[in-house]
Design a protein around this ligand. Structure first.
Ligand code: PLP
Length: 362
């Protein structure tokens, strides 16, 4: 087998260059004789790693100074709790936009902490799946915040227009879309993302939060989830996931060298267009999401003849195309094509899909 392309939704592949750099300095980091994971998080060496990663992320996303960047534990699901604990005071309610599996899971968790108003915005009854425009969502003007998931990793639905909330703080779960294309951070009150899709290894979660939202946490909020506590301690209230933080920093450096978010977004678009374009021109494969709402990062597709699923997956693996099986709740196939997936990976996948269909159409 020559090159392997890993289409896993998360933990996902990391850039080769990053893996090689990490390997080269694994045992002896910058002449210290120690691995970076063996250093105290309070050492000046690790603090420099941490500060550089934050500075590079701020640079990549143009994060304004009135936002804190937190490096947390607990993954995306940890934030499903942390967001309402920090932002939902007693007596208020929050609007949760439901556009797929993850936004629904976020709402279910938030309901443990307060009054949550679920708003379904997906229409998959009439034709191809689409998302209703935010003007029709009927948002509550008195809500403490609006939560949504711009890219639904499981369903392959992405919302590129930022919802209009008329001043109500907007919270976004960007676990699977952060750094994939440019966004205006100022339109958001809070952005969070588990690292294992587009940033680095699992075990790290990034939170970008506007400072005026700090300090209103519910009294029972665990200190390690309290944004104000984390901001005041530079995300070192307890021992942070130091190695994951270091690797995230390497990914940020790699992305900057690749020209930043603007440049990678062009490649991401090219990758997605190639794959969706092929699917749309084939009778053999299908995707039922309206083009405007198709995810650039997670491409679910179905074989028209689903009895061929097992054979498709087996042969794909034999060609070095790994982890294409769809999410257990939706079936079919899914190609997750985050920043680290090179265009060559998509070209190889499409060539395989063509071959496979040709063999079965005779
Ligand atoms: C993967 C994912 C999560 C869950 O992340 P964990 O780190 O496993 O908790 C949440 N939201 C979205 C959009 C995701 O893609």
């Amino acid at each position: 087998m020559s090159q392997v392309f890993n289409f896993c939704a998360g933990p996902a592949m990391l850039p080769q260059a990053v893996m090689k750099k990490a390997q080269a300095e694994f045992i002896n980091w910058q002449g210290t004789g120690s691995s970076v994971m063996e250093l105290s998080h309070r050492s000046k060496e690790f603090k420099a790693v941490a500060a550089k990663a934050e500075a590079d992320l701020r640079d990549l996303m143009s994060i304004p100074d009135n936002y804190s960047v937190l490096f947390c534990h607990g993954g995306g699901r940890g934030q499903f709790s942390a967001v309402p604990l920090n932002l939902l005071p007693e007596g208020k309610s929050a609007d949760y936009i439901i556009s797929g599996s993850w936004s629904k899971a976020a709402a279910v968790e938030a309901e443990r902490y307060g009054d949550i108003n679920r708003i379904n915005v997906v229409n998959d009854v009439d034709s191809d799946t689409y998302v209703l425009p935010s003007e029709e969502w009927g948002l509550n003007p008195d809500a403490a915040f609006v939560h949504y998931c711009p890219n639904e990793t499981v369903d392959g639905i992405e919302m590129f227009d930022i919802p209009q909330t008329n001043g109500v703080p907007l919270v976004a779960d960007m676990s699977s879309t952060i750094l994939s294309h440019e966004i205006d951070v100022e339109k958001f009150a809070l952005i969070y993302a588990g690292a294992q899709k587009n940033i680095g290894p699992s075990g790290l979660t990034i939170v970008i939060v506007r400072n005026d939202l700090l300090g209103n946490a519910q009294p029972t909020t665990p200190s390690i989830m309290n944004y104000q506590v984390l901001a005041k301690s530079d995300s070192m209230y307890n021992t942070p996931p130091t190695y994951a933080w270091y690797l995230a920093g390497l990914v940020f450096e790699w992305l900057k060298e690749a020209g930043g978010v603007k440049e990678i977004s062009k490649v991401n678009k090219q990758k997605a267009e190639l794959l969706y374009g092929y699917i749309d021109n084939s009778e053999f494969y299908q995707n039922h999401i309206e083009p405007k709402f198709r995810s650039l990062m997670n491409v679910p597709f179905w074989l028209t003849d689903e009895s061929l699923n097992a054979e498709f997956l087996e042969q794909a693996e034999a060609h070095g195309l790994m982890a294409l099986e769809g999410h257990r709740n939706v079936g079919g196939m899914r190609a997750s094509i985050y920043n680290a997936m090179p265009l060559l990976g998509i070209e190889t996948l499409v060539a395989f899909m063509k071959d496979f269909s040709a063999k079965h159409c005779q």
